[in-house]
Design a protein around this ligand. Sequence first.
Ligand code: ADP
Length: 446
Amino acid sequence: MKRIFPLIILLVTLSLVGIIVIQVSWFRSMLLVKEEQLADRIIKAMGMTGEELMAQKGTLPSLKNKRARPNLTWPSDQLMMELMKPSTISEKFTTFEVQEKLRKNFNAHGLKDTPFEFVITSDAGFLAYDELRSKGFDSVVEDTVRNRSYVYLLQVPGGSNLEGLVPEEAMVVVVPNVKHIVFRELRWMLGGAILFTLILLAAFYVTVSALLRQKKLSEIKNDFINNMTHEFKTPLATISLAVDALRTEKVSADKEKMQYFTGIIKEENKRMNKQVETILQAALMDRQEIQLNKRPVHVHAIIEQVLENFELQLQSRNGHADVQFNAKDDEIMADEVHFTNLINNLVDNAVKYSKDNLQLKICTNSTGKGLQIKIEDNGIGMTKESVKRIFEKFYRVHTGNLHNVKGFGLGLSYVKTIVDAHHGKIKVDSTLGKGTSFTIEMPYAK
Ligand code: ADP
């Protein structure tokens, strides 16, 4: 299972990259093919225009008028006539006319929206010049990167008397932004390809993140089971030892020793009860079954009661609790059981995550918004990254294990849930190595 996961990611990534690469190269060749097709159509349209121009070039306008037509019988006269005919296109057509013809043929070849500029050049061998030039030709002819030019030679039909006598003419058509035109033709395909690739990527992302989350969850679960085993094994072992001791005659005869060992058993029993309680709390939160039984409670009394339970622990660790009840009004609407657990968890953490000589400081204040409770310790502190995550369920700082304390990473997520359920606020300030302070603000009872 551990190996399959990276393998799947690798394979899917590879095939995704492959598909994208293939699509890109396919699209590129598609562009080339389309460009060739476009060129083909343009040349065809130019060819037709050229034929039309050449067919009419050789006819004298006056010859249409039959009455004006002189009776030409002598070959020399015919040659004269031939020489008198307009020999170049510019003598017969205006720029506008050529443009119209080109447009018509472009349209006939499915190039309705294709813009173009053209020029008709004449090359008599010694003299080359532009006979006709469309208005925008100069501006587009220079850019050979984006614009394409197509040349069509306007040839005098073979066998004509004029072959070799008249200047050679050519038609050059420049189509601006050929890539753009081709792109436009392919836009649906391109859009579709991009869309489906994106969908594929999104699906891949969702799948991988779901898998990763699953993996993290299973790690958390393992951690949790390990911690739980530890948490239960220690008291069980202690109880077992205490019971063994009680069984010996030396102890059973001594009342004081009996007291001592039964005390240990009672303590360990309490500890285990607390663990079960924590896990049950988490399970309750999971099912969102927290039902608050809100009543007016006095926060100062609750804090005092919690601190009483920690007195022994504080003493044994040479710790000291400094309590300042500055709040004038300490009555809030809260669920007494949950609120007590909340304070208990915070004090418990302060004790758990500090070295000896713990200076625990608890103070309350009345602010405009509610009752503020601040619980401060001079313990091991946390990094900024840890602070961001401590309210997450099961999150534990791994270097945070002092005195071999193990936890489930549930305490603070419970605290956060309870504070939220009471519409309160909680804030953490912590410096690694210096200490941590939790500030809670609970709204007053209305
Ligand atoms: P647990 O104590 O069971 O590990 P919590 O949710 O109570 O779980 O705390 C999460 C983590 O936050 C702890 O593992 C600990 O590293 C860190 N932490 C909590 N309170 C303190 C504190 N007062 N000082 C330093 N670290 C703390």
